[in-house]
Design a protein around this ligand. Sequence first.
Ligand SMILES: *Cc1c(COP(=O)(O)O)cnc(C)c1O
Ligand SMILES: [Zn+2]
Length: 404
Amino acid sequence: MTYSMVSHLTCPKCKETYDADSIQQLCVCGSPLLVDYKLDEVKKHVTKDMIAEREQSLWRYHELLPVKGVVNKVSFEEGMTPLLSLPALGRMMGIPNLYIKDEGMVPTGSFKARGAAVGVSKAKELGVQNLAMPTNGNAGAAWSLYAAKAGIQAHIVMPEDAPEITRKEVSISGAQLYLVNGLISDAGKIVADLVKEEGFYDASTLKEPYRIEGKKTMGYEIAEQLNWTVPDVILYPTGGGVGLIGIYKALLELQMLGWIPEEKLPRLVAVQSEGCAPIVKAFDEGRTESDFWENSTTHAFGINVPKAIGDFLVLDAIYQTNGCAMAVSEEEIRTFQRKVAMLEGQFVCPEGAATFAAAKKLKDRDWIKEDDEVICLNTGLGIKYPDAFDVEVKTMEPFERIRL
Ligand SMILES: *Cc1c(COP(=O)(O)O)cnc(C)c1O
Ligand SMILES: [Zn+2]
């Protein structure tokens, strides 16, 4: 039996196929490529019970991942993050069955490590020596550190106001770091030049087909952790949307394997900031693609993406699951970051906090029902963003302290 049961790559737009044993970027038509597996083979040889016995990381699903040689696996045992119920916060929001999938627990402190683990492993397998990518911080940090372990040179371009810690993670790993006075879209143009001039592997979001395969494992894990069922609603902080597309892809694969019931998929919700909400705008207008969002801004840095290359896939996943898209304000993000910490003791990242703010709004509008099982994805650690909000301190005079 083989470690991976990958079959080939398919373009979701024009249906052209490509082989998965040589370097592929976008389809000739400009669309991202998606990975197909020999699901009949998987069905024949792999069972849920076998999976249950395996290591507590995303590699427990290795037949459904693209890395063929276990020797190429670059891993810090990422994945299988906790799915925790939030009774106090749920009570406050009127959603008793509220859960957090806590991605702050993965290496590098954000779920970008999932994409990096699978993406870098596959790059190693394909013989890549240099990779380049634009990033809002966390992806660059994760890919740099995994690339260091793989012996691949990373070239990372990020906006100069991206969270400082991510800059340090990139720098300490020995990656080449370029700062740009602009947005991730500007960083993307610099990467495109580097790729063209230097022949580097383009690891930009969805321009290589394997990052999404790492991120989709969140979908497998949610199903497995719910004893191979799915929740009613999953809320996802959406920048490039890779996680949301990935979760949708994962659940379809599980349905085809017969591992989850066929009649139900969770309603997927793309959450964005009011300062950068291209997907929400497209959804509200009933469109299948988004427009570039001018002058985008939000302190939830991971979702500051003015135009996602996979926007049509995000919108499709939302429409197919009867989901929706919802924007929240910077104030609501800060409020919920505090509420989650005060009521549940978890310091979530601003992007994660946005999903809770959105869940509350959707409950108030009765789009989320009281008996719905609802999962909010916290995509990273709050402590990666020390400047996200102000600290309240009580000061004391020195003599008072002495008297204590
Ligand atoms: C990148 C990132 C996101 C958005 O992820 P996409 O899959 O690109 O939409 C959300 N939260 C955090 C913390 C991130 O780093
Ligand atoms: Zn195509």
